[in-house]
Design a protein around this ligand. Sequence first.
Ligand code: ADP
Ligand code: ZN
Ligand code: ZN
Length: 813
Amino acid sequence: MHPVAVLLHTPAYSQMAGALTYLSLQPLPPGTLVRVPLGSRELLGVVWDSAAPNPATPALDPAKLRPIAAALLDLPPLSTRWRALITFAASYYQRSAGEVALAALPPQLRDLTSVQLARRLNRPVSKPVSPGTPAPASPTVATATALNMKRPVRGELVEPLGLQNSPLESVTSAGPAQLQANGFAIRGDHQRLPVGHEGNQQLAEAQPDQNRAGGTECAIDNVALTAEQARAIAQFHSNGGPFLLFGATGSGKTEVFMRCTADLLAANPHSQALVMVPEINLTPQLEARFKARFGALYGDAAVVSMHSGMTPPQRLRSWLAAHQGKARIVLGTRMAVFASMPHLKLIVVDEEHDPSYKSHEGARYSARDLAIYRGRLEGAKVLLGSATPSLESWYHSRPAAEGGRYLRLDMPSRVGTHAVVPAALGSMPLTAGSLPLTAGRPPQVAGTLPLVRRVDMNHQPKGCVISPPLLDAIGQRIARGEQSMVFLNRRGYAPVLSCDACDWKSTCPHCSAYRVFHKIDRTLRCHHCGFTERVPRACPDCGNLDIAPVGRGTERLEEHLAQLLADSRRPDGNPVHIARIDADTTRFKGSLEMQLAQVHSGEVDVLVGTQMIAKGHDFRRITLVAAVNPDSALFSSDFRAPERLFSLLMQAAGRAGRDASNTSRSEMWVQTFHPTHPLFEALKRHDFPAFAQSQLVDRQQAGMPPFSFQALVRAEARTQEAAQAFLNLASQASAGLLQAAQLLPHITLYPAVPMNIARIADIERAQMLVESPSRTALQRFLSAWQAVLHTSRSQPECKGLIRWAIDVDPLLI
Ligand code: ADP
Ligand code: ZN
Ligand code: ZN
């Protein structure tokens, strides 16, 4: 019997962190997936590189070791590079390697027996080997059955739905009617998908002609690249990267991603590319584009998706295709950064600034940062793209002579327009209250991007929500048959209900937050814990009948606009159609797509929504975008708030005038009480570099990232005192660390404070910021400090502590 080290899904701080030793009849190479007994359960594990024997620890007593239950030898082992990525991620984000490794595998893999796996892999089921048979050279033979250990009962009983009997070929030949008869839903009808069937994907695969004949996408292959695109691609090929593609919205970044992918895939028949996008909502769009382009070359099966909106069988299928090298392109959200791709040659991170690349549970990894690391490990090129890069990436892409490590590729102009100020702007009447457009926009971006108008709310009627000039501008759009988009980053009708007579407010009994008034179903809903009640008829405290909404969310904005625009008529004489898109209107699967389709078809005149509508979607007919109330982010305690606001407004502005024939008229309106704020000045000029520069200067002076490195320790407890006591005790105890004298001079430990929302669902939350000018010092401190945190929890003051976690490079502070 051979001892093998096996990683299991164990928390960072259990006695079992690190690999456990099991016995196997045959030696198993690291990376092999195995099933092993743990207590009375049987778990999926990964054979790990065994640590060098430590003379200090007594030798393991083989008699006490348990044998593995099965080895999934039908699967090639996970590569050395994949394991190195896991090891790095675990140590950098202060979690156990087992947790990170197992979380990175598709959940359904846990339940699969080797027999089922073999079936899944379209291979004959391996013949059992009898114990004592020499280890087979070929990985197609499973020892699982041979080892006749406890059989995995659960997996045997539950044959994953949809794994068998869904050969794509038979579907492919069927028409839509046939598909529906077979239980496949028609597009957009996600609700009716049979569990476990990859309805959407199969349907997409089933209609290759429709996908490809879409024309536009195929045609683009033949479309000449813009000079900027051609230059970016040439630079990509002649340099090693990592690259930051800094391209205006509509500059054709996706086309660059696709060409770079195409070139690398064509150069090597095995090579694979990973393309990441921030949101699940954006994957179908991208998948369609990539399938249209690459399906024709490599077959539709060569492009797979990976995101949390997929069913377990879908995820397993994609994962296997990537792991076996059958998938040439993996499109996915942040989780895809861990996809096993043995021939990875390119990682694209679209909208690299997007906060959703950072995980906020388990290992709080940044998929963007791991992409950079992984690229180096794998020898794969890394291409980050954004119109408003994160300040970290922007800083890294400063000139190499100044220490920059990324190569910046600039694409300042929009596709299909010329970099001149459209004549129409000169004659545009300036509406009262809006600041005149000043000259001096950087010439390379002028003209093709929308005109930014700031409305000084200090000079508007008191309490108005939509200023008269903005209303007028929207009215003009409606009359011309153009669309407007108005966004407000708060859903619901009003953020709080309040009683005039006493001090009652619609606080959530379980959270330190107000419950939001949703008029549509007359509920008060807590957006943090979900606690929902009917709106009381009268004030619960004093009985006053007059309880009133305070403030405004998208629901109320929609209602308000409907009143203001009641008399407006579309060119066809019909009344205005106002639609709203936010988390409330898109709760059901498919509803977002449906609503977006309405916007695209031109049915909608005014679209109201949260930031959800500001991102990514390509609205061609929108010629006016308005941010109604963006000011709060200017004065937030979170030092990243201005960065997020700027990026959001730039993204939103980028929605306007995507159709070249409309660009001359398109406008971005910002209602603000601080019209001369530098952020809006830079926005007006579409000048991200200037904004970034001013932010970086501020951050350098304040010693903030990227000029320092941070980690947050968050603690949750029954009482705020316990949460804070735990953090403060651990902080004090760090003085007792063995390496304290070396490390502590480089580390600042701030006092524990309640989190912004101190209580959610009756749990009190506190946090402590740890900062260092040196990433290495911070890393070394955190690894040493983990043990201290762990032991602090047993102090009497910490009674009631529920959990704690370290967040390295936190985004929200
Ligand atoms: P970005 O991602 O930079 O915002 P996209 O990649 O979505 O921009 O491109 C904007 C639009 O321009 C898309 O409709 C795309 O099909 C089109 N496009 C991209 N490159 C070209 C080109 N070279 N010639 C013509 N149209 C292009
Ligand atoms: Zn009252
Ligand atoms: Zn609540």
